[in-house]
Ligand binder design. Structure first.
Ligand code: GUN
Ligand code: ZN
Length: 431
């Protein structure tokens, strides 16, 4: 057993429902077999469990591990392709790189870069868009298992409008998906996600094969893109006889509690209602939406409709793995929306980056906060001495103010430690 000491901040009570962050300024967590079995002021825990070894994380903040609900494994090497809208960026930047993952050796290198990028940013759980190539998806799951991250991912499938190398058929997509799920779903911390790229690149027969695969893999997740960009939305409407973007998935039985749709920057009211009725989640990807000029996310409309929302980095259109940066960008967008925006506090941002993501992925009983009964998935944010964030944290009025400063100034360089289920994970390759 281990007694962890530090300034603990988490969000077990949803700030969008009136909750406030839970703060333990000099707190203690007793960790046994990877799980949190006691918590409280450090002095009290010390008295109750005097003989236990202390891991001292004082200075900075101890936060729940971040949960990224939308991130693309094959795009880590193309982060930063600025200046293009979605469809141009896909053609010129993302898809040529995704085609390179046909080479399993190349894919293994990308998997190492990708998983270490997540870990360095403090992301302990992620819903990951995989590759169009099954051996590359194997490489991702293997690397996630080696490092210890909680990854839900799958084969990305498409049968039209992409470069030829990335296309498959409904039958092959089903066969390869089933084989991958057989190797990885429920193995360690890995789970399978059925992943049509977007309905623009999937005809009805392909979406139908996704439905079969979901039925054939109990407990599998579903993820795709929706309502990201005006030109994309118009093209989808033309291909599907004008039905709504969300309906292109829903009419194939793909939208439910285990569905996570990325973006939804331009939803109809009917689509928001359907998402809420189905209890599905929207992954809000704010740096990607800004980088590709996709638009300003209507968070208020999502909240009013009762739609679950969590955060995604959307690397490589997103500008990095840090959910601190995504939180800050989410805040900026709501500020810029004026009366249409939601006033977000640092507590909201932490919730979006941790507990909301855990709930979105059905893992809220295991991770997302630092309460008793949860696994110890955690991040120690402790900036280098003398850095601007260090100065800011030292002059913070209290832990909640420190949290706001962490979102304003924090980056992967400030993540001093990351744990999954009580085990430190090597943030850099080889560590
Ligand atoms: N829509 C279909 N594919 C993609 C992708 O790779 N990135 C983003 N942002 N949107 C997409
Ligand atoms: Zn995406």
């Amino acid at each position: 057993m281990t007694l962890v000491r530090g300034t603990l901040v988490d969000t077990p009570d949803d700030p969008f429902s009136g909750g406030t962050p839970r703060v333990e300024a000099d707190g203690g967590l007793l960790v046994r077999a990877g799980g949190i079995v006691d918590r409280g002021p450090f002095a009290e825990l010390r008295r109750r469990h005097g003989g236990e070894a202390v891991v001292d994380l004082s200075g900075g903040l101890v936060l729940p591990g971040f949960v990224d609900t939308h991130v693309h494994f094959p795009q880590v090497r193309v982060i930063g392709g600025l200046g293009m809208p979605l469809l141009d960026w896909l053609e010129r930047c993302a898809l040529p790189e995704e085609a390179r993952l046909a080479d399993p050796g190349y894919a293994r290198g990308v998997a190492r870069d990708f998983v270490s990028g997540l870990a360095q940013a403090g992301t302990t759980t992620a819903l990951v868009f995989g590759s169009h190539f099954a051996p590359a998806v194997d490489a991702l799951f293997a690397e996630a298992a080696r490092v210890g991250l909680r990854v839900t991912s799958g084969l990305v499938v498409s049968d039209r409008l992409l470069r030829d190398e990335l296309l498959s058929t409904p039958q092959r997509a089903h066969e390869e998906g089933l084989a991958l799920a057989g190797r990885w779903h429920g193995v360690g911390r890995n789970r399978y996600a059925v992943t049509p790229r977007f309905s623009l690149s999937c005809a009805d027969a392909m979406l139908d094969s996704c439905r079969s695969l979901l039925a054939d893999v109990p407990g599998a997740w579903f993820t795709s893109h929706v309502n990201e960009n005006d030109a994309e939305i118009a093209a989808v409407a033309a291909l599907f006889d004008g039905c709504s973007y969300l309906e292109t998935y829903d009419r194939h039985g793909l939208i439910g509690r285990r569905s996570v749709l990325a973006h939804n920057v331009h939803p109809g009211d009917d689509e928001l209602k359907l998402l809420a009725d189905r209890d599905a989640t929207v992954a809000h990807c704010p740096t990607s939406n800004a980088a590709l000029g996709s638009g300003l996310f209507p968070l208020k409309r999502h909240l009013s409709a009762g739609v679950r929302v969590a955060l995604g980095s959307d690397v490589g259109a997103g500008t990095g793995f840090s959910l601190l940066k995504e939180g800050l960008q989410a805040y900026f967008v709501q500020q810029l929306l004026g009366v249409e925006g939601v006033h977000l506090t640092a507590g909201h941002l932490l919730h979006l980056a941790t507990s909301a993501g855990a709930e979105a992925l059905g893992l809220g009983d295991q991770v997302g906060d630092l309460g008793i009964g949860k696994r110890f998935d955690a991040v120690w944010l402790r900036p280098p001495p003398g850095s601007t964030l260090d100065v800011a944290l030292r002059s913070a009025a209290g832990p909640e103010d420190a949290l706001a400063k962490a979102f304003a100034l924090g980056s992967p360089a400030d993540i001093a430690g990351v744990w999954v289920e009580g085990q430190p994970i090597g943030a850099r390759p080889g560590e």
